[in-house]
Structure formats: C-alpha cells, structure tokens
Write a new protein. Structure first.
Length: 404
C-alpha cells in the first residue's frame, strides 16, 4: 500500500508531520509519479491531423485555437520530402502536417508527392504514421473553389483519408453566416467532392470585437473530427485539443471513477488513515493519467505533483481524521483505520482536486512553473480536496470544476 514499499507505523486518528513524511516520502512519490507519467504518455499514441489550404487562409490560427500555440507559427517541422511544402510537427499526442506556405493550384505537384510520401511512410512503419483526418481549409472570401482543390481532395480520399472542408474567417450575424460564404459552400458541394457529411464547416477561429465578429464553428469542427478519426486515437485527441475542456473533464471523471472503485475494493480490509490517503499505486497511476488527459508537459506535471506530499504534511498538522469527518456518512474513524467507502471517497477527492490543478495549469492560469507558489498550489489543492470529500463517494460522477 505504501509508496516505495515503506511501512506505516501510524495508528492514531491524528498524526505528526514527521510520521507522514515517513509514510509519504517526497522523493519516492516523485519517482513513482514520474514512472507512471512516462508510461501514460508512452501508451497514449498520437492523432495525426493534416491541414491544407492556401497561404494566409487561416490554417495556423485554426490550429492554435484548437491545439494551443504549439506548432503552427514558430515550428517549421520536418519537411516530408526535399523541397516539400508539407511539414510534420510532432508533440506527445499530436502529429500535425501543415501545408505551410503552399499554394494549392501552384504547388499541386509538390503537395501530392508529399502526401504520397507520407502515406507510403505510414504503410512502411505498420500504419503508425497514418493520417487520421484532413482539414481542407478555404477562406470564405476567396470565393473560388478550383479544379486543383477537387483533385487534391479526391487524392486524399483515394488514400482513405477522411476530409473535412473548413471554411475560415467566416463573418456571422446572429446565427446566419455571410451570404457569400453560403454561396461558396453551395458551389463547393455542387462539385460532388467526397467530403465528410457532404457539408462545409464554417468557422471563425479568431473573434474580432471591432467588427462584432464572434468566434464560432470550432466546437462543430472538433466534434466532426471525433466522428471521423478511429476510436483508438480519441484519447490522444482529447489530450491534444485545448479547446473543449468538457471532453477532458469527462475523460478525467472516468479515470477517477475507476480508481475510486478500485480503492473501494482494495480498501475493504481496514487500513490506517494516513497510509491510505495517498499511498495506493492506483492513485498515482490515476494522477498520471489525468495529467496526460490535460497534456501537462512532463516536467511541469512533476512540479505540480508536489501538492500531494504537501497536502500530506498539512494533514499532519490539522489531523487526518478531522478531514475525513467531512465525508457524508463516513462515521467515526475507529482506531485510526478506515474502510472501503472512505478509501473510495479519498481517492475520488484526490483525483478531483488534482484534475482542477491540471485544468487550471492547462488553461495557463498559473504562468511559468518557476513562478508557481507552492503555498498557493497547496492551499488550492487542499480546498478542492475538502470540497470533493464533502461531496462524498459520488464525487466522481458529480465533479465539475466550473461548479466547484
Ligand atoms: N478576424 C480573423 N482573422 C483571422 C482568422 N483566422 C486567421 N486570421 C488572420 O489571417 C492572417 C493569416 O492567418 P494564418 O493563420 O497565419 O494563415 P495560414 O493559413 O497559416 O498562412 P500560411 O502559414 O502562410 O500558409 C493572420 O493575420 C490572422 O490573424 C479568423 O478566424 N478571424
Ligand atoms: Mg501558417
């Protein structure tokens, strides 16, 4: 039950900080967490998205809106072939192929040979580099959809790649898109191109408050992307995208519920309070998976995870039993031991509090890691942990950081 196999000697319902630091050695925790995190990242795989569109049509802006500012503007990526205009950018959970600076119509030959090279590569390495979806971007005000566009889409489909046509920078009033955008969408579809759902997805990735233009269409594009990519890369897509946090929360809830249920079973024989709190390997695996869902970079996740030993130390001061009284129906902690229901609630609360830390970090609320105050992080974590505990064993179902 204990991290690093160390045995707890704690018996009473309140314990000293020294006892907790023996039960929960910081170094052992960091080591175990790092190993679990490495495993979570290596198991997740990557989703491959290929983005086409004329120069300046808004590809990078769209990519940044959905995946965060990871690749599109700064990284040049690896050219697919010599003098290619397709670039491959790779991060843990995302492989992005950007037709940066390419002109469809002018660079057709290069684009097609780059595409063929990518598909051949992916077949050579057992389908690992398979392209899961192509976003074919057309700016609403280009007003033309040419034969070369049709040819490239047909080539993509010929390679078995689902194509989503994205119209970019589309002005909208109320729920009506600009009539010229509507006309262009109709003319694209009249060409009979084999595109997803036989529809065009109008988007505006960047709101323009001066013109009263809202951001729109991004959620629909993301939903369509989930529909076309294979199930086995949904987890990677959920981790990679930084737009729809409901999807991340829902994935985290599942991980928390599974770990809480397992802790309930594992905790069935009563165990000492503090050793139960944060020492179950399944809890560490749960935390690693949640960090992966929120795509927290490895070093940052390790830095943030110090909240757990910090909470252990805080509990040493306030007394673990007083905290466990927050759990509805927990009853008295007899002889410093707790049973299945409390184990499940503690694991659930730990997962919920950690997911809040991860979500706020992913949204950039904490700033650079060296400026993150451990006190601030520690008190956030403790407060979330308490709130989650007081919601009881059903927390994993009801947890929603927006409401917390
Ligand atoms: N208002 C508004 N401007 C946008 C939108 N999308 C892109 N832009 C602007 O259009 C310009 C070009 O956008 P990029 O995202 O760099 O275009 P790109 O397709 O990546 O261009 P290349 O990398 O050269 O092929 C930038 O000034 C963006 O700010 C949008 O949805 N709304
Ligand atoms: Mg670009």
């Amino acid at each position: 039950m204990n991290i690093g196999g160390k045995k707890s000697t704690e018996q009473g319902s309140t314990t000293s900080a020294t006892t907790i630091s023996q039960v929960l050695p910081v170094d052992d925790f960091a080591q175990d967490f790092s190993e679990n995190l490495k495993q979570a990242y290596s198991e997740q795989g990557a989703v491959t998205v290929c983005v086409f569109g004329k120069s300046g049509c808004g590809k990078s802006t769209l990519i940044n809106t959905i995946f965060g500012e990871i690749v599109a503007d700064t990284g040049y990526g690896r050219p697919v072939t010599q003098d290619s205009c397709l670039y491959v950018h790779e991060s843990g959970n995302l492989r992005l192929i950007d037709s940066r600076g390419a002109e469809i119509g002018r660079d057709d030959q290069q684009l097609q040979s780059g595409l063929d090279a990518l598909v051949a590569d992916s077949k050579a390495d057992g389908g690992q580099g398979r392209i899961h979806v192509a976003w074919y971007c057309v700016a609403w005000n280009h007003r033309r959809f040419e034969d070369s566009d049709v040819r490239l889409i047909e080539r993509l489909r010929g390679h078995g790649i689902p194509v989503i046509v994205v119209m970019t920078k589309v002005p909208m009033i109320g729920d009506r898109i600009h009539k010229d955008a509507q006309t262009l969408a109709e003319s694209i579809l009249s060409r009979g191109v084999p595109v997803h759902m036989q529809r065009v997805f109008p988007t505006c990735a960047l709101a323009d408050p001066y013109r009263g233009q809202p951001q729109h269409g991004i959620a629909e594009l993301l939903d369509a992307t989930y529909e076309v990519v294979p199930d086995e890369v949904h987890a990677a897509l959920t981790s990679a995208q930084q737009f729809d946090f409901d999807r991340k929360r829902s994935a985290a809830r599942k991980v928390i519920a599974t770990a809480a249920a397992a802790a309930g079973l594992a905790g069935a024989p009563p165990v000492p309070v503090v050793s139960m709190l944060f020492t179950v390997p399944a809890q560490i695996a749960m935390m690693a998976k949640i960090a992966q869902i929120y795509a927290i970079p490895f070093d940052r996740a390790r830095g943030l995870a110090v909240v757990v030993p910090t909470l252990g130390a805080q509990l040493g001061r306030v007394g673990a039993a007083s905290l466990l009284k927050l759990i509805p129906g927990a009853g008295p902690i007899v002889g410093g031991v707790i049973g299945a229901a409390v184990s499940a609630a503690v694991t659930g609360a730990l997962g919920c509090a950690w997911a809040v830390v991860c979500e706020r970090s992913a949204k950039g609320e904490f700033g650079p890691m060296d400026l993150v105050g451990n006190d601030m992080l520690g008190s956030l974590f403790l407060s979330e942990f308490k709130q989650a505990l007081s919601r009881g064993t059903a927390i994993s179902r009801t947890w929603n950081p927006k409401a917390a």
